[in-house]
Design a protein around this ligand. Structure first.
Ligand SMILES: O=C[C@H](O)[C@H](O)[C@H](O)COP(=O)(O)O
Length: 289
């Protein structure tokens, strides 16, 4: 791409406030910390926070990005990569662990770094890119910080093939879940259709889950959905086991969870959540903008 596209590092930053400013701080800090000079293959996730990851990449000296191929998790991130003049890769070429790092957003991150993703309906390719990454880094804002999944973000997005709609709904009901088919919104009548031509069910568990006819409740401390031992992990496995479910938005130990998550905070700083460490505040003055 042209020098003109890449020389945006010379431009002043757009003034931002509130949540947008928090997202940008998290994204800029994450790129500063995790884009190694040796990186050659990098995953770019989806959503509104990842926009700032690409903005940061675009502001880096060209030498830092010219040898890197960027792999998108859907139509939106493909457009971001191309629009920033970065080299676009094909996700279909990726093998296990092949990406040096992947930067992606999240809808909620718990204190064990389990995530809910898929609020933008991109969860399938996001999970594929995440599992192909050596280092998976989440960027988000303070609203996504949580102690247990489903306490901040109310539903688990599940991508299903359209022909399985009735069957999957019935199986989710049997688990005690309430499946809501995601709609296209004001710009489109009918369902939200994913980049893969599928449907999204947003699944809530308002009263806990049911296994073998036994109703399970959320634990008193709000941890997981477990009751008699039905953990976040088991919900993930049970959803995945339903025929017609392509993927669900729980990113956990069994597939991939981030090694670190950065949350832009209301005070301009960033909170780092990393396995084995207490949440660590990073002051606004330490963020390289
Ligand atoms: O499908 C979409 C993704 O999982 C997004 O990464 C997630 O919804 C977070 O998006 P945002 O950064 O806009 O909050």
């Amino acid at each position: 791409m042209t020098e003109a596209v890449l020389r945006t590092k010379d431009l002043p930053l757009r003034p931002l406030t509130g949540v947008e400013s928090a997202k940008r701080a998290a994204a800029f800090h994450a790129v500063s910390q995790h884009l190694s000079p040796e990186a050659t293959k990098v995953g770019i996730g989806s959503g509104s926070t990842v926009v700032y990851v690409v903005e940061k990449l675009q502001r880096l000296p060209k030498e830092r990005t010219k040898n890197i191929t960027f792999y998108p998790t859907g139509f939106q991130s493909r457009e971001l990569i191309v629009g920033a003049g970065l080299k676009l890769g094909d996700v279909a070429d990726l093998r296990d662990g092949e990406l040096d790092v992947c930067f992606d957003g999240a809808d909620e991150v718990d204190d064990r770094l389990n995530c809910i993703k898929g609020g933008g309906a991109c969860l399938m390719l996001e999970k594929l890119v995440a599992v192909c990454s050596g280092v998976f880094v989440v960027v988000a804002d303070y609203r996504k910080l949580s102690n247990s999944l489903l306490s901040q973000y109310p539903r688990i997005p599940v991508e299903i093939i359209p022909q399985s709609l009735s069957y999957v709904k019935s199986k989710i009901h049997a688990l005690g879940g309430v499946p809501n088919m995601r709609l296209g919104g004001t710009a489109k009548a009918g369902p939200c259709v994913t980049d893969n031509g599928n449907l999204i069910l947003d699944v809530d568990f308002p009263h806990g889950a049911t296994v073998d006819g036994v109703r399970l409740k959320r634990t008193a401390d709000g941890k997981d959905i477990k009751g008699l031992g039905l953990s976040t992990e088991e919900v993930a496995l049970r959803l995945k086991a339903i025929v017609g479910v392509l993927e669900h938005g729980i990113f956990w130990e069994g597939d991939k969870k981030p090694v670190v998550a950065y949350f832009g905070m209301e005070d301009g700083g960033v909170t780092m959540r990393k396995k084995g460490l207490p949440d660590t505040p990073i002051a606004a003055s330490e963020i390289k903008m």
